[in-house]
Design a protein around this ligand. Sequence first.
Ligand code: GDP
Ligand code: MG
Length: 439
Amino acid sequence: LAERIQSTLEKFGRKGRIDKETLEKGLREIKLALLEADVNYKVVSNFISDIREKALGAEVVKGVNPAQQLVKIVHDELVEALGGEEAKLNLKNKPAVILLIGLQGSGKTTTAAKLANFLKKQGKKVLLTSADVYRPAAMLQLKKLGEKIGVPVFLEENEKDAVKISKDALKKTRDENYDVLIIDTAGRLHIDEELLEEARRIREETNPDEVLFVIDAMTGQEAVNIAKAFNDAVGMTGIILTKMDSDSRGGVALSVKGVTGKPIKFAGTGEKIEDFEQFYPDRVASRILGMGDVVSLVEKAQQVIDEREALSMQEKLLSGEFTLEDFRQQLRMIQKLGPIQQIIRMIPGLGSQKVLKQVQQAIDDKKLKRIEAIINSMTPEERRNHAIINASRKRRIAKGSGTSVKEVDALIKQFVQMKMAMKQMRKMQKKMAKRGRKF
Ligand code: GDP
Ligand code: MG
């Protein structure tokens, strides 16, 4: 998913601007990418039309290009589609009950232990139980995990009634003053009416605070049907997405959230007990997009670059009245964004070490500071009209700024080249004027 979207946006980047037609093309690509990532069709449709609405109305923020801005819009929409804010566990009762449901192999038993460990670390007294009466190995698996994390596991190894085990475990939880009971249940490889019914009855009898549906992030298109079946038959209060470490597409997260409307509360990120974290829609969206840190770059630019300042700068650039004074102001604007290295790293496509090095050699902070120092040492008159800077003025400027005449020369040369490039741009701009500044 990340790669597809990235290459789409790179195409935008080369165009420099996004008109309506380009936006539609881009949206089509994003739609295909999402469908390929096994996101449910309806979820995709809603998603795309939301982005279209936002992108069409959005002004391009100065200091970022339209492609970067679109990334931000797609990102924000992804965050929204993934639930917006992170969802916390909702444990009200004393003792509280958490019921885990899901298909076999989805990661329920592992997750039961991870969750127990998570709550134990918060100082809660936790009891685990296994209502998986079909596979003796399942109970043993939970027992071993419990020993590993130091959480007691309530088992009735010869009991064949999963509902009875759950009720007995709840009784023990009350009698022995536990804070939380986590019930691990059985699953089959496919949706199974009998098991759904069993889970529904356990829910009825134990009245859990949380019924968490556990699903493997690699499930694919089937995820929608599985989630819907469990939601309809048993009901759920939240979702835990496992094996996020092996999924690169992120489609399942969008699908299950979209089809059930229930928040994703945790993510499993590996086989070890500690590979478990709260689900942050924000971080996952960034990961799905795989766009470096463009989002924060755009946010930063929005914060620090004054809209009017940027606009008048742009007018000056294009009018050809651009002076060294303006050049200095522009340098300051860039520096406000933070260390140049950091900014470069945020730009997609520049993440690779080789490219990064090249760019860093070309512009680094020290160089920027020296350039500013040189311009600072000029008189206002010199800044307005670089042509009057003769050899003796250059020596004075070099001395004043602690640089050399060679560097002053290089700067002036660079400035003249930049002015020339701007004249070229102005001609192009006129041709493109029709396209407008909006998406
Ligand atoms: P259950 O049948 O739903 O109880 O699933 P299990 O808890 O037995 O897990 C099935 C397999 O998935 C086991 O091999 C686990 O180690 C593995 N597993 C569970 N969660 C994760 C995860 O977040 N990442 C990875 N890589 N493997 C996981
Ligand atoms: Mg299990």
